[in-house]
Design a protein around this ligand. Structure first.
Ligand code: PMP
Length: 405
């Protein structure tokens, strides 16, 4: 069945608040909150608020139960083998920093950490910081002309000194989806761990994280139509058991004396302090809602829109697409340059047509370097977008090009 976009839009309160023309094409930066998540957030904050994990009165007990249920919902959406594998965080950035700290003892002087030129800065900088602390080296996989991860010669890129391989599941600039299987196979062969940045993958349907073969998977709730402020970090259970804590504080211990502390079992060991309860509940509600959608219809819809967008962009003069032109193994994230015009100017003028796009380096400067540029315009799609949004962007661009050139 074709996707009913009008019905889909009714699940997103933003459309009742933003007068037309409103063409939201900045979903890779943040998706709009869905009604189920908004309701979970406001219900908790206004009618059910209490701190979690400690209280014995009913209100606190209900909050604690709802928090545990959010973890279960995330575990189900991700395809985790058990809820304890899911650490609730404030987002992808926090999760990747957590990973870079708890894996510290596994990296020694002269070892290598492999990232890629396709990464968001949040999957580069924490590893650089870890490498510096441990005297290790950073290496990077390159990108193809299409803006995909270059997986040739993995034997050379991942050798016996490689301790960690940290790659994105989907690029936030080119939309390319990484073929993780060969990376995982090679990493396994040399005993390296694989950390995956799933921030751009999770808005596109449930996954089977346990069968991807990776060890750690990071994501943000706000990109999967939850609230801002929450995320999750999945860690394979046998690895999880062996890892030390990250932040110290309340809720992550089993016993504290002045001399020493014993730590709580995972996942609590990694969740010091009061968590972002409302946003976590919203993320769980979003995951639950997303899990019930017809993903075949949604992905077919997004593919059609991506095709329309790419064809339209290719027909415009002086435009350079950064990223694959084909529609397989990619999502609807499309970046481009307008010759001789800065991306910020393009986005500002597009705003005048009610079109929300993002311009800049998209926190991916090594990728910008690889393409010999400093900034691009990016349009990114969600299930509530339709052909009108694409056409508004293309028509706006046509005029912008006429004005600015
Ligand atoms: N990785 C990727 C691929 C992203 O697109 C983003 C967000 N732009 C992040 C990591 C960081 O996510 P957050 O800001 O929610 O921590």
């Amino acid at each position: 069945m074709a996707l009913d976009v009008a019905a889909m839009r009714r699940n997103f309160p933003i459309f009742a608040h933003q007068p037309p023309p409103f063409h939201y094409l900045d979903n890779a930066a943040t998706g709009q909150i869905c009604a189920a998540a908004a309701e979970a957030l406001t219900t908790f904050e206004t009618a059910g608020r209490a701190n979690v994990k400690r209280g014995v009165y009913r209100l606190a007990d209900r909050a604690t139960q709802a928090f545990a249920e959010a973890r279960e919902r995330m575990a189900a959406y991700l395809g985790a083998t058990r809820p304890e594998e899911v650490i609730l965080t404030s987002g992808t950035t926090f999760g990747l920093n957590l990973a870079a700290h708890v894996l510290e003892a596994r990296v020694g002087p002269g070892d290598a950490i492999l990232v890629s030129r396709l990464e968001h800065h949040s999957n580069i900088v924490p590893w650089q910081m870890l490498a510096e602390r441990r005297g290790a080296r950073i290496r990077a996989l390159g990108v193809t002309e299409e803006g995909r991860l270059d997986l040739r010669d993995l034997e050379a890129a991942i050798d016996r000194r490689t301790r960690i391989v940290a790659v994105t599941h989907c690029s936030n600039v080119t939309g390319a989806v990484t073929d993780l299987a060969p990376l995982v196979a090679r990493a396994r062969a040399v005993g390296a761990l694989v950390v995956v940045d799933g921030a751009q993958r999770v808005p596109h349907g449930p996954l089977e994280v346990a069968s991807l073969g990776c060890d750690i998977y990071a994501l943000s709730g706000h990109k999967m139509f939850g609230a801002t402020g929450a995320g999750a970090l999945w860690i394979r259970h046998d690895l999880l058991e062996t890892l030390p804590p990250f932040l110290g504080g309340g809720e992550m211990i089993s016993r504290v004396t002045i001399e020493e502390s014993r730590y709580a079992p995972p996942p609590h060991r990694f969740e010091a302090g009061t968590p972002p309860i409302g946003p976590v509940l919203a993320m769980g509600a979003a995951a639950d809602w997303l899990a019930g959608l017809d993903w075949q219809a949604i992905l077919a819809h997004e593919k059609r829109l991506t095709a329309r967008l790419i064809a339209g962009l290719e027909a415009l003069p002086g435009l350079r697409l950064i990223g694959p032109r084909d529609l397989d193994d990619r999502y609807g994230v499309v970046a481009f340059e307008v010759a001789g015009v800065h991306a910020h100017d393009v986005c500002q003028l597009l705003d005048g047509f009610g079109v929300c796009t993002r311009g800049g380096h998209h926190c991916a400067q090594p990728l910008m370097d690889a393409f010999g540029t400093v900034a691009t315009v990016r349009a990114s799609l969600a299930p509530y977008n339709d052909a009108d949004d694409i056409d508004a962007l293309l028509e706006g661009l046509e005029q912008v090009i006429r004005i600015l050139r």
